[in-house]
Design a protein around this ligand. Sequence first.
Ligand SMILES: [Zn+2]
Length: 385
Amino acid sequence: MTIINELKLAKELIKFPSVTPIDAGIMKFLEKKLKTLGFKTTVLEFKEKDSKPVKNLYARLGNKGPNFCYAGHLDVVPAGNLKDWIVNPFKPSVKKGYLIGRGANDMKSSIAAFVSAVSNFVANKRKFNGSISLLITGDEEGIAINGTKKVVKYLKKKKEKIDFCLVGEPTNPNKLGEMIKIGRRGSMTGRLSIIGVQGHVAYPQRANNPSTALVQILKQLKEIKFDNGTKDFQPTNLEITKININNSADNVIPGLANATFNIRFNNKHSSSSLKSKLNAVFKSITKENKSKFKVEYMVSGEAFLTKPNQTTYMIQDIIKKMTKIKPKLSTTGGTSDARFIRKITPCLEFGLVGKNMHKIDESVSLSDLKKLTNIYTNILENYFK
Ligand SMILES: [Zn+2]
């Protein structure tokens, strides 16, 4: 039986310049690797108007239940200025106990760790009761419309049953073992335009300055106390990210004022409950100011929480045993593909230390990579016990 070495595989994966949404041949490469372990594989290519096609992979070993799935992404963010790196980001090399390269942390090494774990597990236990599957996307770092979202839809349609999913994103803030993610906050962006009447600054009675309403609105938005947080979640927070009045003259009252805000919300709210709350503010203030408003919302995900179950606690115990740290069950941080996967199966997230993801000289400590492989191997052994 082939044993796949996690460091070797991590290096091989990093060599592909799979900068989102470019595949660069990486999905085929991983598919071949998984076939050597006996997986049945399907490459799923999705595209949409105005977007490049994206390759995704679903692979399954075994045809019985329960089906334990690992999810992750093989696309990476751009490297930035190559000259700033101490190694070529797509020619990974090991320096002082760290593997350096784009994707070393987020998250090619984690995928390598899981594939290596499967090879260890299968070598010890050729026959096990159930299936192991991988859901790998090439569209996580980008707009994420042709990735996990569509794979989940496809799996649902095919009635593919997944009993538990482990998402391998980097979850630990500083040390391996600190944090498991069991949910995520929701995220919604709003683009607000206030429409007034343009005019001469000396004759304000003939104009209606939209900035007056905008300033009042933004002040009020910042003053809303959405909630105090919950046992599992931080308080909901709104940040104004852009304020823009496109005016080239100093003696003209502008006709239009724009602002953009983002709100990270917990499961006391939904995107639609927030929209009504915010729209009420826009309505009343623009009414007072006799101006008009337009708002466009983009929801990247609703807040969700996976209630910890037996598998969650089993995984928590294994991590504690292997790292001597009891991982916190957390919902902090940005969104991840778990927001799509949780629609078909309970899931949690556990991977590497995320300290230097997306940075220059992105790296993974070799000892963490080894430990993560052992943790994943142990999880499989316990899950199929
Ligand atoms: Zn990632």
